[in-house]
Structures are given as C-alpha cells and as structure tokens.
Design a protein around this ligand. Sequence first.
Ligand SMILES: [Zn+2]
Ligand SMILES: [Zn+2]
Length: 396
Amino acid sequence: MILGKLMDRLKDKEERMVEIRRHLHENPELSFQETETAKYIAEFYEEKDVEVETGVGGNGVKVTIDTGTPGKTLALRADFDALPILEETDLPFASKNEGVMHACGHDAHTAYMLILAETLIELKDELKGTIVIIHQHAEELPPGGAQRMIADGILDGVDNVLGAHVMSNMETGKVLYREKESMTGRGFFKLTIKGSGGHGSSPHLANDPIVAGAHFVSEVQTIVSRRLNPFEAGVVTIGSFDGKGVFNVIKDQVVLEGDVRAMGDDTKKTIEKEIKRISSGIEATFGVTNVLEYKDDYPTLYNDPELTRQVAKAIKDANLSNVTSVERCEPQPPSEDFAYYTKELPSSFIYIGAAPEGQIYPHHHPKFDINEDSLLIAAQSIGSAAIDYLMNDSKE
Ligand SMILES: [Zn+2]
Ligand SMILES: [Zn+2]
C-alpha cells in the first residue's frame, strides 16, 4: 500500500525533479565551495516537518525524518558538488558558472533525493523507523566530504547506508548492482627526483634526473605485472612527467605524478609499498635524491552482499514500469567516497542507467549528459529499497 503510494507520488513529481536538476545544473559549484547549493538544499526543507542540520563536516546537510514509530535507521546519501570543467553541451540549462560543470550527475542525485525526501516526509506517519538524508558535499575532491561528515557524526545511530549513482554509460531503464568490492580505491603520488644539472656534452660531471625518472616509469610498470597476485586488480598510471628543459642542458630536477587504483585495500597497500621501494632503488642506482609524497585516498567501495541483494530484490519486486531490468554488473573502475560509509556500516551503492539518446559521453567529459528519465528511476528505486528495509523490519 505504502509502496504504491510513494511510487505514485514520485511519478507525479517527476517534472519538479527535472526542474531542480536543471536549476542545479545551471548553478554548479566546486567541491568544498558549494555554499549556495547547500543553502538551496536547506531552503528546500523550510516549512517541512523535519529536522535539518547544516554545516555538517563542512557544507554537508543532514535531514532526519523521524516517523515516530520505532525501527531501524536508514541513511540515504546524495552528493552535490561539481567539477572544474568548461561545459561544452548545447543544453538550454548549461552551466552559468564558467569553468564549473555538473559533469558527473550529482545534480541529478540531489534533485531525486530532495523529492524522495519530501515525499517520505509527507508519508512519515505511515512509515517505521528513521530516515537520515545525507546531502554530501565534495565527493569529487580528496579528502572528500564523506570522511568529514562521518567525523562530524552523520552516522550516529544509523544502521545502514544506501546510495546510487546515475551512469551515462549504462542503458536507461537498467538498475545495476554488485556485491562486495565494486569500485576501486585510490591513491596518488608526486615524485621529485633531484640530480645535478650540467652541460649536455659532459654527463659525467652532472647527475641526470631524466634518466633516473625514465627508469622509475619503466619499473613502476612491473608492480602490476610482477608484484600483484593475478587475481587481484590494480593499476598504476604516471599521468605527468615534468621534464621540460633545453636539448643540450642536463636538468637538475624532474617531477612525476601518478595515480593508483585497486580493487581491494590490501592491493592498494602493496602498490604503495612497491612504489616506495622502487623510488628508494632509483636513488641507490642513480645517486639522485627522491622526495616521494604519497597520498592514500578513497578506499575500495565494499557493498554489503546481504544488504545489496535485499536492495536489488526490493527494486525488482516493486515492478517499476520504467525499469527494464535489475542486474548484477561488473565492478566499476572509478573511485567514490561513498566507500567511507561502507567502511563504517554495512552499506550498498547501486547504479542507475542514464545513457542519453544519441552520443554518449563519459562522466567528467565537457559534453557529459544524462537521460533525465533516470531521475524518477533513481527516486523510485531507492524509495522502494527504503520502504522494504524499514517496513519489513522486525525490530520494534
Ligand atoms: Zn565524478
Ligand atoms: Zn560522481
């Protein structure tokens, strides 16, 4: 009964979801600077019968929907930051904030979550337990908003956390899930190799950091191929090798920067250890001095298997007219700071297919766009999972 009521109301509000998404899309803000968006979110709840806390761990907003009936506490998380990208779409609601763009779909996340939260508030007397809405800032930029919101107590009293991401590379109508490790953890580093400069004709009087750096780049390739168990997944990419100089001058220093991803926190640790070892080896071999700044970042996103299956089943059982299938998918290469919630509590993060008609651009691309049908699908999917979770709870 209550499920049908929630689904119908969400359907009736589809247009408003789209309007909110377009408003947010037009007014994107960078990670840790999303003050106007946070204000917009808080204002949305004004006059609503609900407890709202702003400034949680920074720009985060916490909304607590207490149904008044005992039960479990479920947190639903949606992020709201944008990226430093110059938008190149022809959308009538393209970014008005030049150089900043919602190129990951966090505008869609916030839009569907506001309307879902509003509807849950309207129906709260018919629900059990407590729903905490986590409007999270700064997903895109390490150290990320999740850690800070957690440190500020956002998960106090919460039993489980659910989240979703719209995906431009997945067919609209599909809802996808994956138990256990489902998104990579990451780290990044900056290596400064200091040698001593000199004349190109007299390398014996200098100490060339470019040669040392070239060896570092080659040796790092052996971490994945020689140091990881073939059943572990990890990757190291050197994204920058700053050795620009003059053809006949030996430089005194080069700077390399790299990215590490791994589908498991142990694997990530192994890669970090090996990078440090190779760096020390290069120092010994070439007589250079290395300064390695290694930053361990978002952990691997681990979806609780039981909760994830329960969520998938609830969405399937809801028989949503716009959902063509609920399927298990492959693990996804990007990283997500939702992973921090999964480290604290059994949690689940699902994917909502959002491929637009025509050309598809990946997330973080200047022409990124989504199919807006995914907003209602996200609201109804997370909504039906929440209803199943709260109403089938025997804890009273
Ligand atoms: Zn992103
Ligand atoms: Zn994202």
